[in-house]
Ligand binder design. Structure first.
Ligand SMILES: Cc1ncc(COP(=O)(O)O)c(C=O)c1O
Length: 399
């Protein structure tokens, strides 16, 4: 199954060579249907939403609210009102860390893990500084999985929040979040799942997971940058204070005081990223029409092929051998800095990521400066794997 022709950018070259795009963990490319939907919105429907009585405003509002409904279906939320538009994962986590402040008592624990992206660390540090809470991190095993024995020790009656990633962006580990959420709920903690890497690589069902919050970014699932989703349990959302004040989030305003809308509008002050929502809506439609099972199996085959090929290269070390891996492979070449490997691959038209991947605590834990990371998506093919393997071999001889 070949969907490459849906993605115009994949036809271009890079550094004079055919583009081999293996930086999907950072962001995915966009299909023509998403690009076209955004253009069509600006050409034919552009207006502000929820406000005016005219036809264009009605159309723009319908497009935005249709995206909310599609997001609800995508993650199996119970109600549309549980879907809040944000700028992305980072903003979603910051929003939650702000609005739950008054629920956190000094000395309580906020539990994260060693695998987290900085955006699932720093907002909690800020919350801890404001409230006098402590940050605790679940350790990892040698293989790069969450250490569940450690989790059992770290999640205690003193835990106020558990915030962990569904899939690690650094190592590709798929975390056993269902069990961890259950443990956290048993001790009465709030639970947030960072789903940034999971949107194209895992089934997301927030009702089955039972988490309080689930966040993700649209740009990692073929949609534009600057738009994302925060899911929250409706009853919980409506019991929390707003985080930003402004238009749209209010019920009544006087000079001295205001009352607020219910969720989701309570958390959506100001004009939203309407074109982003239109693009995200088109991405949901695009995914709906793909044979996902076939494409996921194809991606898994490519990741396995790349892994076994990389393992044959002398001096190459795969970083992280998680039991359950999504489409991320991190590696190092003996005696070489990851950035040098990344540069040599770039010269061959191969786009990978090198560095700490916003995982500084993970890299410190592993005792390495960073890794080279190849991350796959549904449009990658065997030629991409061959190019990666040849490229790394060439880099290895050069370095
Ligand atoms: C696991 C994880 N969490 C959070 C983020 C932050 O996402 P964004 O920059 O879209 O807010 C990323 C981005 O790479 C990620 O991989």
């Amino acid at each position: 199954m070949n969907i490459r022709n849906d993605f115009p950018i994949l036809q271009r070259s890079s550094r004079g060579k055919p583009l081999v795009y293996l930086d999907n963990g950072a962001t995915t490319q966009k299909p023509q249907s998403v690009i076209g939907a955004i253009e069509n919105y600006y050409r034919s429907h552009n207006a502000n939403v929820h406000r005016a009585a005219h036809e264009l405003a009605e159309e723009a509002t319908a497009l935005l609210e249709a995206c909310r409904s599609k997001a609800k279906t995508f993650i199996n939320a119970t109600q549309r009102e549980e879907i809040i538009f944000t700028r992305g994962t980072t903003e979603g986590i910051n929003l939650v860390a702000q609005v739950i402040s008054s629920r956190i008592k000094p000395g309580q624990d906020i539990v994260i893990s060693q695998l987290e992206h900085h955006s699932n660390i720093v907002p909690w540090q800020l919350l801890a500084q404001r409230t006098g809470a402590n940050i605790k991190a679940i350790d990892i095993t040698e293989a790069g999985d969450l250490d569940l024995n450690d989790a059992a020790n770290v999640i205690t009656d003193n835990t106020a929040v558990l915030a962990i990633s569904h899939i690690s962006n650094g190592l590709g580990s798929v975390n056993p979040i269902t069990g961890l959420i259950a443990q956290a709920k048993q001790v009465g903690a709030l639970t947030l799942i960072d789903g940034a890497q999971a949107v194209l690589h895992a089934d997301i069902d927030v009702q089955t997971l039972g988490c309080d919050f689930y966040v993700f970014s649209a740009h990692k699932m073929f949609a534009p940058t600057g738009i994302g989703i925060l899911y929250g349990r409706l009853e919980l959302l409506n019991s929390l204070p707003p985080w930003q004040g402004g238009g749209e989030m209010i019920d009544q305003v006087s000079i001295d005081t205001s009352t607020y809308q219910q969720a989701p509008f309570r958390f959506e002050a100001g004009t939203p990223n309407i074109a982003g929502c239109v693009g995200l809506g088109a991405a949901f439609d695009y995914l709906d029409n793909l044979p996902m099972q076939t494409l996921i199996e194809q991606e898994e085959r490519l990741v396995a092929k790349a892994l076994s090929g990389l393992r044959q290269i002398p001096g190459l070390q795969i970083i992280g051998e998680p039991e359950n891996r999504a489409s991320v492979i991190s590696f190092l070449l003996e005696g070489s800095h990851p950035n040098d490997v990344g540069t040599l691959l770039d010269q061959q038209g191969i786009a990978v990521r090198s560095g700490h991947h916003c995982n500084m605590p993970l890299m410190t834990r592993l005792g390495i400066p960073g890794t080279v990371r190849a991350s796959f998506s549904l449009y990658n093919n065997d030629d991409d794997v061959t190019a990666l393997l040849n490229g790394v071999e060439k880099a290895a001889t050069f370095l």
